[in-house]
Design a protein. Structure first.
Length: 428
């Protein structure tokens, strides 16, 4: 007797997945049409010229693109991606790649349109990217702190306060000790202290972590504002003249075209940031401590039954995360302008928290999201001097990363899920 043939039926796509795929495809299609119709057909007669810096060891030729054809081609590419997403849908693994291609095409199409209205318009890409890294550095360090905290099960809304106290301590300690190195140590310790307060009240006393973070931010703003007026304004020379960290070019590497001036001609905080990015990525996903950290953030009770000290891991990681954010605060003061100014973090901690969500709670994703925020912030200072750039409100550019974050959280660019136990207290 012949065995009966097994008939397999294709599994129907869930309704939520179809809705997310449809919204993502429609957004890509809309962005592509805007680039084609609004920028390609509405561009001027000029070309877009991209330069790669002057005075480098190796001069690269300028890149000149037609102002009309470039937005049309790139917008058409994004529209095709949207149509494919509507028709069949990309695999979840390819969704971040598709989103990255769409963002790059969108930005290049916009720049080509903005420069097409006049002759001789050009953009120094190296300078733009350096400004991006400059603006993204405190965001990256704050986002790394957020990832480490949430992977441990503690929501770190206090990143803003950690950045602010780090900036304050770096300027104060650096001035009083006469050493910028001492200022950096003071910044790390002050950020770690705020992290310790967060850990004690969130872990031991089980205070709502979101409310606790807001309170710590308000306390940091109030304390640093009071100390600034009481000490730094009254005697700037004694309490608020730390100096500025100078760039330290790496021999040989700093002479590499494009990448050299971009990555290897920075101050010590940026180099420490490189180390922390690699270290956190490796520790979280390649070490026993990282495995236990992720277990504590996902299933603390199961981890506890296996002998993992849940509360100890949370305490250590939250305090370390505070120190990382404090280093980011040091960059705001001694890494950029030197003296501390009141409320100089200016909401960067909340932007870093958005980067954590957009980056899907992974170090490399948070870094990419922070760079995206930094790039659009750098772009705001540039487009106003371009022929058509003044026609675009700066607030529109600053809002784009937040819109992308909203769509990411809503699941329209792939599955986004925080650690299961994030924000949930565990019995001591």
């Amino acid at each position: 007797m012949q065995p009966e043939a097994v008939v397999t039926r294709p599994v129907a796509e869930p309704r939520a997945g179809r809705r997310a795929r449809g919204v993502t495809g429609a957004l890509l299609l809309l962005v592509g049409l805007v680039a084609v119709v609004g920028w390609g057909l509405g561009s001027g007669p000029g070309d877009a010229t991209f330069t790669f810096g002057e005075g480098a060891a190796v001069d690269l030729p300028d890149l000149t693109l037609p102002g009309t054809a470039t937005p049309v081609v790139l917008g058409g590419l994004v529209a095709l991606l949207g149509l494919y997403q509507l028709a069949r849908g990309f695999r979840s693994r390819r969704t971040p790649l598709v989103a990255g291609v769409a963002v790059v095409a969108f930005v290049l199409a916009f720049l080509a349109w903005a420069m097409s209205g006049g002759e001789g318009s050009s953009i120094d890409l190296v300078r733009l990217l350096r400004q991006t890294l400059f603006l993204a550095t405190p965001l990256i360090l704050g986002a790394l702190a957020g990832v480490l905290g949430e992977r441990s099960g503690v929501v770190n809304v206090a990143i803003e306060g950690q950045l602010l106290t780090g900036a304050f301590a770096a300027a104060l300690v650096g001035t009083m000790a006469g050493s910028l190195g001492a200022g950096l140590v003071g910044a790390v310790l002050s950020g770690a202290f705020v992290g310790w307060l967060l850990a004690v009240f969130a872990i031991r006393y089980r205070v709502n972590q979101v409310i606790l973070g807001v309170v710590l931010n308000a306390a940091a703003l109030g304390f640093t504002g009071w100390a600034y007026k009481a000490l730094m304004q009254s005697d700037t020379q004694r309490f608020n003249s730390p100096g500025v960290l100078q760039p330290l070019p790496v021999p040989v590497l700093s002479d590499v075209p494009v990448l050299g001036p971009l990555l290897f001609d920075a101050n010590v905080v940026v180099y420490l940031m490189y180390v922390l990015i690699v270290a956190l990525q490796v520790v979280l996903f390649r070490t026993r401590w990282g495995l236990r950290t992720r277990a504590v953030g996902e299933h603390p009770r199961a981890a506890d039954t296996l002998g993992v000290q849940v509360l100890r891991i949370r305490y250590v990681n939250v305090v370390v995360a505070g120190g990382v954010a404090g280093l980011g605060g040091a960059f705001l003061s001694v890494g950029t302008i030197g003296p501390f100014t009141e409320n100089m973090s200016a909401g960067k901690g909340f932007i870093a928290l958005a980067a954590v969500i957009f980056g899907r709670w992974s170090p490399k994703g948070a870094v990419a999201a922070s760079l995206l925020f930094g790039f659009f912030a750098a772009l705001q200072t540039l487009v106003g001097v371009l022929p058509y750039g003044s026609a675009v409100p700066a607030s529109f550019l600053s809002a784009l990363p937040y819109l992308a974050t909203i769509f990411a959280v809503a699941g329209f660019v792939g599955r986004v899920r925080p650690p299961a136990a994030s924000g949930e207290p565990y019995p001591s």
